[in-house]
Unconditional design. Structure first.
Length: 523
């Protein structure tokens, strides 16, 4: 039996059913029923929650109260599910329970208009150009499509930009088009289903990855990911393809974990390395990493950490360097081969085109300070170089932390290497979206959130990620509703960002640095 905050004793399953049911009710009444996709998908230009609610006070308050309640329920669930004194508190629950409840919550949001971003419409438009006109989505912008397509207006600011996504995502999107028979609404629904399937796949992988390391925390990690309001909103409601990219990344972690386990078992049994541990699983790591990069190119940032972990499996340094070079060339070759059929050329490749705009980010705030306070004419370039230099230092430190563990010999070295790889990869992605990304979007947190979950039972990074997911969603009403309605903030970008950006980034940074918990797991 458990006791809830009101002192009512409830069986664990009933308690979690209550939490899931209340969450479902909030998603339904506040985020889905008022904004059905079937009624609003054809609004041109596309809109967001603020415009759909006509910037009303009721819409503003309901959004904030709904989010606050969802996060309180989520934190309550985590508090109940987390083991205490090394003992599990969730014996009556299982992975199936998390998957069923997660699927139910996602199904509610599947029916909703994407309130936070129009990306799912843009995915569909890129695919229509490819399917109907044979136009390479990585090379041809929607503005260059033949006239007459009634949906081009939904591309909005992306009308003049080719697709920045990878060939794997374009093929999946093309599959959604074929399944829908070319019907735009059905294609959008199909794209959302792809995102939800990837979300459920991520939940399974997180559970399986945590299960052999710390069994009592496996379900905690699954709920931490699957019930997180930011994950659900950005995946099931807004249907961002980032979750597909992360699914392949987690699959690479799974293959890496199994590779180390196979090698360890063989050495204990016969002192030899089996074929599946020495070849098949490392190859799967490379394949899954390549698929992740070919879905959305951002995960190329963390490939070096995987390569170092693969390198550490070598017995001597010459063998280690050979593995580093060989696996690196394999991943690079797979990415090149996968990109080649749709390669647009460097001049038109959207990924390498410099972004000349910034907003809702540390970069935007620093640019405005340099420009308005110090009257620096080259404020954007200087700010970008300063923050990029800081990021390079952080990235180098993350590499050094992992390399140091690989260099020294220690008990359970392979487990320590994988955990430090996860921590270093988290740091690389966390600070990338904080310092380097010119415009911050809430769904970017899907990049690093699962990595923090995989580091349980160490909670420091997960606590920072949860706080960041809160501020990322709660800051949206400020930029979308409050700031546009106040001339003092809208007409003064520096003041607007001085208020908004610290509210977004300071709480997670403080949480990350405040905790005294070590990076290594508490076993």
């Amino acid at each position: 039996m458990m006791t809830n905050p009101n002192g009512i004793r409830l069986p664990p399953r009933r308690t979690f059913l209550l939490i899931a049911g209340l969450s479902a009710l909030i998603y339904l009444l506040i985020f889905s029923l008022p904004y059905p996709l079937s009624q609003h998908y054809n609004k041109i230009p596309p809109v967001d929650y603020a415009k759909l609610s006509n910037y009303s006070l009721v819409g503003f308050i309901s959004y904030l109260v709904g989010l606050a309640t969802l996060f309180l329920l989520y934190l309550w669930a985590l508090r109940l599910i987390a083991p205490r004194n090394g003992e599990a508190s969730h014996a009556v629950l299982g992975l199936r329970f998390v998957l069923v409840t997660g699927a139910a919550l996602a199904a509610i949001l599947w029916l909703s208009y994407p309130l936070g971003a129009i990306d799912v419409f843009v995915y569909a438009i890129y695919t229509r150009g490819w399917a109907l006109h044979g136009l390479n989505p990585l090379a041809i912008a929607p503005a260059q499509y033949p006239a007459g397509d009634p949906w081009l207006g939904l591309a909005a600011e992306w009308i003049d930009a080719p697709s920045p996504y990878g060939p794997v995502w374009q093929v999946l999107s093309l599959g959604a088009y074929q399944v829908s028979g070319g019907d735009f609404l059905l294609q959008v629904y199909a794209l959302k289903i792809i995102a939800i399937i990837a979300y459920l796949g991520c939940t399974i992988l997180i559970y399986r990855l945590l299960q052999p390391i710390c069994l009592s925390w496996a379900l905690t990690g699954a709920i931490a990911f699957a019930w997180n309001p930011l994950v659900l909103i950005e995946v099931a409601q807004n249907a961002h393809n980032d979750v597909v990219m992360i699914f392949f990344m987690l699959a690479a972690v799974w293959a890496l974990q199994h590779s180390g386990r196979s090698v360890a078992k063989a050495k204990n049994a016969a002192g030899v390395t089996p074929l599946e541990g020495d070849a098949i699983y490392p190859l799967l790591v490379c394949v899954f990493l390549a698929l992740s990069v070919l879905t959305k190119f951002i995960t190329i940032v963390i490939v070096p950490f995987f390569l170092l972990a693969l390198m550490s499996r070598g017995q001597r340094w010459p063998e280690r360097f050979a593995r580093l070079i060989g696996f690196g060339l394999l991943i690079g070759g797979l990415v090149v081969v996968g990109t080649w059929p749709l390669w647009p050329g460097w001049e038109t490749w959207a990924v390498v085109q410099g972004a000349d705009a910034a907003g809702r980010s540390i970069l935007a705030l620093v640019v405005l300070i340099f420009r308005d306070v110090f009257a620096l004419g080259s404020a954007f370039d200087v700010a970008r170089r300063v923050l990029l230099g800081l990021y390079v230092v952080i990235y180098g430190y993350a590499l050094w932390r992992l390399a140091k563990i690989i260099w020294r010999s220690a008990p359970k070295q392979d487990e320590a290497i994988i955990r430090q790889m996860l921590a270093s990869a988290f740091s690389a992605l966390f600070w990338l979206l904080l310092l380097v990304m010119p415009i911050f979007h809430a769904w970017y947190l899907v990049w690093c959130f699962p990595l923090a979950v995989l580091l349980l039972p160490q909670r420091r990074l997960l606590q920072a990620a949860i706080v960041f997911s809160m501020t990322a969603l709660f800051i949206i009403p400020y930029f979308e509703t409050i700031r546009p309605q106040l001339p003092q903030l809208l007409g003064n970008p520096l003041l607007g960002h001085l208020l908004g950006v610290p509210l977004l980034v300071v709480p997670p940074i403080v949480t990350l640095w405040w905790s005294r918990n070590p990076i290594h797991a508490q076993r």
